[in-house]
Design a binder for this molecule. Structure first.
Ligand code: T46
Length: 142
């Protein structure tokens, strides 16, 4: 199944500051629909940089701008949606065949990504026409 949607994370705030906890699977605080196997973060990006430009065959991910902001465009082969990730309490969940492009990084942005699996180049589709063929194939099977 292909999907992208925003998830509001639970913010614990008091006069010392704020804290957000993300738990994989389960029913805990700001729990997400997969077990976390990998965490990586993107930083030191230039404002006119475009990253991503690929889809994944089966990976699930949660994207959070823990500092700064950026825009993530998600394309499911039919509809393109732009998400503005502009606070640490807002997360973007992406599952399955979704073409993603990240752009408009503000200075000092740190984009943290939680992933459902280890890094595997074979899970990437880096060519847009191959992505569209995969979506059509998937839709036929579904
Ligand atoms: C995604 C978006 C949101 C690794 O060696 N291990 C890793 O876990 C990752 C994610 C990347 N790499 C290497 C592969 C490349 O040589 O780091 C280099 C940069 O990766 P890439 O060009 O794929 O980075 P982005 O920012 O275009 O895409 C990344 C993720 O790869 C991708 O899964 O969905 O962030």
């Amino acid at each position: 199944m292909m999907a992208s949607r925003l998830i509001e994370l639970n913010v614990h705030g008091d006069d010392r500051g704020k804290l957000i906890a993300i738990e994989g699977g389960g029913n805990g605080d700001s729990s997400i629909p997969f077990d976390i196997k990998r965490v990586y973060y993107i930083y030191d990006t230039l404002p006119d940089t475009v990253r991503g430009m690929h889809a994944h065959r089966s990976l699930q991910q949660l994207l959070v701008c823990v500092s700064g902001d950026c825009v993530v465009m998600c394309d499911d082969g039919l509809i393109r949606t732009e998400y503005s990730l502009n606070c640490p309490g807002k997360a973007l969940y992406i599952s399955g065949l979704v073409w993603r492009e990240m752009r408009k990084f503000s200075k000092g942005t740190v984009l943290m990504v939680l992933a459902s699996d280890y890094y595997n180049e074979a899970d990437y589709i880096r060519d847009y026409s191959t992505f569209i063929k995969a979506v059509k194939h998937d839709t036929r099977l579904g």
